[in-house]
Every structure is written in C-alpha cells, then in structure tokens.
Design a protein around this ligand. Sequence first.
Ligand SMILES: C[S@@+](CC[C@H](N)C(=O)[O-])C[C@H]1O[C@@H](n2cnc3c(N)ncnc32)[C@H](O)[C@@H]1O
Length: 396
Amino acid sequence: MQPKISASLKLPSPDSDSAAHSAKVFDCVADAIDAGGGSISFAEFMRLALYAPGLGYYSAGSRKFGTAGDFVTAPEISPLFGNVLAGQSAYVLDQLGGGDILEPGAGTGALAVSMLRKLDELSSLPENYFILEVSPDLAERQAARIKVDAPEFFDRVSWLAEIPKKFAGVVIANEVIDAFPVERFLILEGDVQQSRVTVDGDNLTWTCAEAPSGLATAVRNIERELDCTFPDGYTSEISLAAQNWVSELAASITAGFVFLIDYGVTRREYYAAERSDGWLRCHFRHHAHDNPLLLPGIQDVTTWVDFTGVAEAAVAADMSVAGYVTQASFLLSGGLEGELANFDSLSISEQVELSGRIKLLTLPAEMGEHFKCMGLSRGALHAPSGLTALDKTHLL
Ligand SMILES: C[S@@+](CC[C@H](N)C(=O)[O-])C[C@H]1O[C@@H](n2cnc3c(N)ncnc32)[C@H](O)[C@@H]1O
C-alpha cells in the first residue's frame, strides 16, 4: 500500500453494508472496553479492529485489496515483483539443495501465483508452498485464486494455522509485520503512559493510563539505546508482537532465508524527535490518514516497521542479517531488468502500462524507498543479488 497521507481528512462515506458492519465492530470494541473497566490498550483495540473473528478488517469479507478496495500491494501491482522474489528464492533453494517456501499473510494469493509460475520456469519448484494465514476469509480467497490462475501447482500449496516447529527453505512476508497490533505510548510529565481507547458517545476516543512495566521498560530501553529523552507529549508505537513473531519464526528455521518486505525505517529514524506522533497509517478506499479510531473494522490500520527491532529479534534467535535494502534496490539488483527482456515486443500501450507499474514499485516517492527488504539467513548461505548492492545493514 502507498504510505501517503491525505492533505486533509476527507474520507469517502462507507456504503450502507460497510457502515452496518462497522457498527457491529464498534459494539464489539465497546463491549471489550466495558469488560476492561472503561478502556482497552491500543494494541487490544487494533487486534479487535483487524482480527476479531468474523468481524475484524482481515477476518471478515471486505474487499481490501485492489482498485475497488482500500490499498494496493506490490504483488497486486505486477507479477514482476513475485518473479524477482522467485529468482532470489531459487538462488537460496539451489544452495540448500532443496527446501520449501513459506508465505505468511498471503493476501489475495497474487504473490503465490507469480512465485509458483516463475519457480516452475526456473526449474526450482519447491515440494511444498506453505501459506500461513490468520484470516479464514483470505485463506479461502487465496485457494480460489491459485486454483484459477495456477491450477497445475495447487497440489503443492497447503495452509498452516501457525508457524511450523521446523522449517527449511525460504520465507517471504510482504507487508505482514506492519499489520501486527502495536502498543502506543505517550510521555506525560516524564512518565511513560500507555495509550488506550475508550468510548465517548458514538465515537471511540483516546485516553491513557500508567504503562504496564513491560511497555515502560521497552520505552526506557529505546531512550537509553538512542541516548535521548522523549519530551512531554511525545507519542509513538512499539511493535512487541511483531518482534515476538520474528523471534518465533527465526527459531523455527533450521536452514534457509527470510525475506521481509515492508514500509519501515531504522530505530533511530523511527523514534526521531520530529516524528513525535508515531507512524500509524490507516487506509480506506485509497485514502491514507492517521486516525485509527475511525471506521472500526472497515479501514486498514498499520504502522511502519522498526527494522532495527526486527533485526534484533532475529539475531537473538541466532539468525544473521544478510542485507537491508530499499525495495527499488532489491528489485533492480535482484533481476528486474532480466524480467523485461520482451519489453520491446509489447505494444506501445502495454509498454506504457508496464512502465507505470514499474515506476510504482521502484520510484523513491512511490514504493521504491519507503519500502525495505530485509534478508535474514541461517546457515552458510551466500546472499542473493538483490541484497548485496547498496546494503544499509550498518545503519540499523
Ligand atoms: C497487508 S496484507 C498483505 C498481503 C500480501 N502479503 C500482499 O502483499 O498483498 C497483511 C496480511 O497479513 C496477514 N496476517 C496478519 N497477521 C498475521 C499473522 N500473525 N500470521 C500470518 N498472517 C498474518 C493478514 O491476514 C493479511 O493476509
């Protein structure tokens, strides 16, 4: 999705079905607030708004992806994205002498389709293409799409409900860790407060309370590490859930590689003084804004990723950071040009269309620089080409 903020918050009105659905999610959140004694943590709110069974943004059947939805992701923009990832994965699988692919959070299944087709072309099809998906609705849509667009590979695809105990091969997570519930904090009179959500009439609104010790310690650790003191009013987020998830994933990998692609920055950039209201981003019908309490259950709520935190979680589980590059660098060094060998044989209108899509994936003001690709490796593996040029690991 494009991390741009609308100049002013003029959101389109939801249609009546969406509005009715959002009202149900509001009631679910309000019940939780009631049960929580008047408020819930922002992380709990985000978990309900996105993942409450049958209700949350990702758990229920809303459109989400594509021009008719709320946002567009790289695999939806062009199969070129999956083709490059397939080439980079094949390079790793060759070194391993085999192995499987695991794709957490596979969205509509678009990436799986392009990966499977390209891996076949490269004679590197894995025996298993696992999809780890928390949304039953999306898992159904993924299966339907793969059956139509890549039926010959459907038998290799299976769905997992949790991270496998042991995995050897390549893991690819595109725009997954930005979707994990985050804790939000606020500095008030020098103390760390936990941002919480409460109800005010028909609206959800912010409140705060003394931070639980785990959150307060995490905030103080960031200050110590960055040698700064957050001023009063400073607000930001910590994605403890994403870091725990990366730890668990890393611990399960016996040999292989993880590609994590997402919009994100280093910890120093994440907690910069000028970024005093955090990095939350919401998407509704292609309008980006930063109010997560609106339209519960029918808008996407995400945060940018603290890639330093991701690297720390992986290193603590004994994986190595094999590279941290911009998406543009990853695609351009990872074989995008080779994917355009037949460009001249396309019609002018096809060339214009394809060029537009490549620009979306690579230009700095589009997805090229905001999005990063981090590679994590276990075992003596050579990093694939996409991670070797313009590596920014030293900045983490
Ligand atoms: C923004 S979408 C990205 C989808 C897809 N990767 C793409 O690029 O189009 C986030 C995806 O992550 C999934 N997800 C969220 N939390 C997850 C978790 N803990 N494990 C696996 N998938 C998760 C969501 O259900 C959804 O499929």
